[in-house]
Design a binder for this molecule. Sequence first.
Ligand code: ADP
Length: 595
Amino acid sequence: MTTKARPDRAQQMLLRGFLKRESASAAGLLRFSIALGTVNALLMIASAYLLAQSIHLVMFEGADLSAVSHFLWTLGGLILVRGLLLALSQRLSARAARNIKSNIRANLLAKITQLGPNFTDQKGHGAMLNTLHDGVEALHDYYANYLPSVAYSALIPLAILVVIFPTDWQAGLIFLFTAPLIPFFMILVGHKAEKLNQERWQQLAVLGNYFFDRIRGLTQLKLFDATKRELKQIAKISDDFRHATLSVLKIAFLSSFALEFLATISVALVAVLIGFRLFFGTLDFATGFVVLLLAPEFYLPLRKLGNHYHARLEGISAAGEMLEILQTPGNESQVMAKPASSALDDTSNNGSITVSRLSFTYPNSNEGIHDITLALPATGMMAFVGASGAGKSTLFDCFLGFYPQVISCIDAGNGPFSAADIPKWQQEIAWIPQQPTLFYASIKENIMLGKPNATSAEVTIAAEKAGALAFIQSLPDGFDTLLGEQGEGLSGGQKQRIALARAFLKDAHILILDEPTAHLDSATERDVQRAINEHAKTHLVLVIAHRLSTLQQADSIFLLEAGRVVQQGNYQTLSQQTGPFKQLLNSDTQAGAHA
Ligand code: ADP
């Protein structure tokens, strides 16, 4: 988790610009909602006049109730219409906020997908979840309440001033001079609150990452008897977060108390003045009463703005994280429409793939892969082997297009790839990592992820090929069995086979596997290996291999050491040559780790 300095003025402008841009999709709805709210306020002014007039007529002009009944009926009608307008306006602004939130979530997800899994790993999964969920949710109040209240705090007091000044200019002057005190005070307090809120969001991100990590590693923590220690640490971080939240709340309460106090004093001042003027007979009752009725309504939008000011702070703090994700330089062209002609078009391609002089080092380190050149045929099984840290995962991440900056080192027959080819290139690849991801859905839906429009027959064939059919059919609900998160309820081998079925169903040109037969009993391992061998006759299969049996089946073996390919050939040749491969075999045989 990187600690960020408090956003300076330029950053603030950037964030406000971002929030404004994002609201463009629902700007019409927001404007309509604000227009309804303003009409509602105008009707409120008319109601005040009607009420004051009716009371004046009955109390001071001796009119009976029937004489003012038309006023009262209109007043009743206005109250009803105002209620409807208020409800509609609130619904519309809430809907606008929902639309904007969905839009932002979609943009963030698209960007995160485009940046690839390494970005998520680097930022932390918990922090990412926080931004996508709590962060985007924090924008709801900003759009649904804060933005409309900014408009109301300008429009409604102005409308009241316009009608009060001709009626009673002295009261108008009091309104005019006391009103700016509220926003002034808000800005004064806002500065401090903003800093605290920013810190609070950073702590929330740390907390999110911490929780996420610890929950994932709960088994390890239990085994190492570290649960108590971790609980203490979690309590400490939660406590820090609680303190940060409380200091924000302290300021929020203090500021809303001060705002309420200012508004109350101002209304009281107006009331006292009106009282004196009525007493000395320099003001008639109807005017005095209208001013008294309108005085709280004049300060109400300003007080509401003060109450919703925290929504602005929350919104801006949350937007910081979002903007950081959206501005991370990635492969922008991936979101563009697919190019008309692509380096993947099959016209002149015999299916072979070359990787030339591929080098990639991780930022701030010299580790990675260096100068890797591979000539991969259209079909067959290629095994990649090497000690841990040799660079196998990095090579495959580059091959899968997770690092767009090196994608031009890959050529599938029609010239080097460009970044725009990555989405299409990824469609050509099915990938099964060591711990395949299964989703909270039925087995069938999990398999169909590879081909959403597949028929049931195709799903069954894929499952059979992957050696998964027998165990799926033995389950009470068969293919409709609902899996828990991460395939909860299945053994490691069963998850591997479902992932394999998914890959077979996708039927991509290239299948990449990491240790495919790990977790399998020897009978199933034979079946799955046979299925993969069969698949390799018509497809290119790239395997990160650790088992001797996998190496023996491979058409070609690439041995990696310190990020370089140091030996290449088939098992027969390599095992007879003196070199790193033979050393690896010997050390493994001695350790008895493989086969
Ligand atoms: P393998 O998959 O063969 O075990 P990796 O491709 O994971 O090896 O790692 C290759 C080298 O790159 C190692 O020296 C490792 O320490 C380094 N490395 C891997 N991931 C990162 C990362 N995210 N940041 C910095 N260095 C990394």
